[in-house]
Design a protein around this ligand. Structure first.
Ligand SMILES: NC(=O)c1ccc[n+]([C@@H]2O[C@H](COP(=O)([O-])OP(=O)(O)OC[C@H]3O[C@@H](n4cnc5c(N)ncnc54)[C@H](OP(=O)(O)O)[C@@H]3O)[C@@H](O)[C@H]2O)c1
Length: 303
């Protein structure tokens, strides 16, 4: 199977690349060669690449910046996936696309199920919802994977920001009234590889088992404050010298951001379990593995 994988410089694409390369031929064009902000250029590139499966984790992911760059966010997150999905549908090529918890408005206390009504609060959320709709509307075999709060030992993410701030500041103030599930890129990658295991011919049936849409995060949930506290405790227990003494809980209203974020972002994983017999590890177990990877990295002195 020849797989076109986008966004390999990003967290999820970067975690998928080595796992997929073990088993398949992976076509991983650099951003400049396969630029999602130029959707009109993509069909001829797809004709040349001739993938048997498209996996599209590339996205415009700068949630706050998107409020000022709405057109670009919609181009990359909405129009480009539409082109990929239409090309794929016309040729019987299955497609995996990624989406976000930010398609929901975050109301209530229940876990969000795939069929629940969406109501994005931000430009980013609306642009990702446009991508979901376009992939579905193209009518080909597809799986949209909604994930949340993604991080990895590399890349720009919350864990790495907290690690940096914990060594620079005495005190960290972190939002404690937004709830979700920190999710490692490697959890997402290994679950997707498991879903793809049946092979190319079976993928339309495999994707149909989840009705083309599945939630995939680590298990359990916490707040950003809970996540930050676990990062700091985890670093300390691994002997990393830190300046920070306190991780102080604050309210969203005391940490204004350009884009509004859902208060309740927790995704229900029942469909993942029922369709694919997968139950990802608890978020704190996955964090421990990521902190182990960080502290043994050269960046942290390879202790
Ligand atoms: N990060 C999260 O917390 C989160 C939460 C929920 C859902 N998701 C979704 O999960 C998926 C993967 O996210 P991630 O965390 O892996 O994102 P990421 O680390 O920000 O990576 C995004 C990738 O997309 C590439 N990209 C951006 N603009 C592009 C363009 N015009 N043409 C081609 N490639 C472009 C980036 O390239 P450069 O490296 O060159 O910029 C990068 O490789 C996305 O669909 C995202 O919306 C993420």
């Amino acid at each position: 199977m020849r797989i076109l994988l986008t966004g390999t410089a990003g967290q999820v694409g970067g975690a998928l690349l080595p796992l997929l390369r073990d088993q398949y031929t992976v076509l991983a064009p650099a951003r400049a060669e396969f630029d999602l902000s130029k959707p009109e250029s993509l069909a001829s590139k797809l004709d040349a690449l001739k993938p048997d499966l498209i996996i599209n984790p590339a996205a415009y992911t700068a949630v706050d910046k998107a409020e000022d760059e709405s057109a670009l966010a919609f181009l990359i997150n909405g129009d480009a996936p539409a082109v990929l999905a239409r090309w794929a549908a016309a040729r019987g090529v299955p497609m995996v696309h990624f989406s976000t918890d930010y398609v929901f408005d975050g109301s209530g206390r229940e876990l969000w199920r795939e069929e629940d009504p969406t109501g994005p609060l931000s430009v980013y959320g609306r642009s990702k919802l446009a991508g979901e709709s376009a992939v579905r509307a193209a009518g080909g075999a597809h799986l949209v994977v909604r994930t949340a709060w993604v991080y990895a030992a590399q890349g720009a993410n919350f864990m790495r920001t907290m690690i940096r701030l914990a060594s620079e500041r005495d005190s960290l103030r972190v939002v404690s009234d937004q709830w979700g599930t920190p999710t490692t890129a490697r959890t997402i990658a290994s679950a997707l590889v498991e879903i793809l295991r049946k092979g190319q011919a079976d993928l339309p049936d495999v994707f149909a088992r989840a009705k083309g849409l599945v939630h995939l995060t680590n298990s359990g949930s916490t707040s950003w404050h809970g996540f930050a506290s676990a990062i700091v405790e985890g670093l300390r227990s691994r002997g990393v010298p830190l300046k920070v003494a306190d991780v102080v809980p604050i309210a969203t209203k005391d940490y204004p951001t350009k884009a509004a974020r859902p208060a309740n972002s927790r995704l229900d994983l029942t469909r993942l379990k029922e369709a694919y017999a997968l139950l990802p590890p608890a978020w704190d177990i996955a964090l421990a593995a990521e902190l182990d990877a960080f502290v043994t990295s050269e960046e942290c002195g390879g202790r």
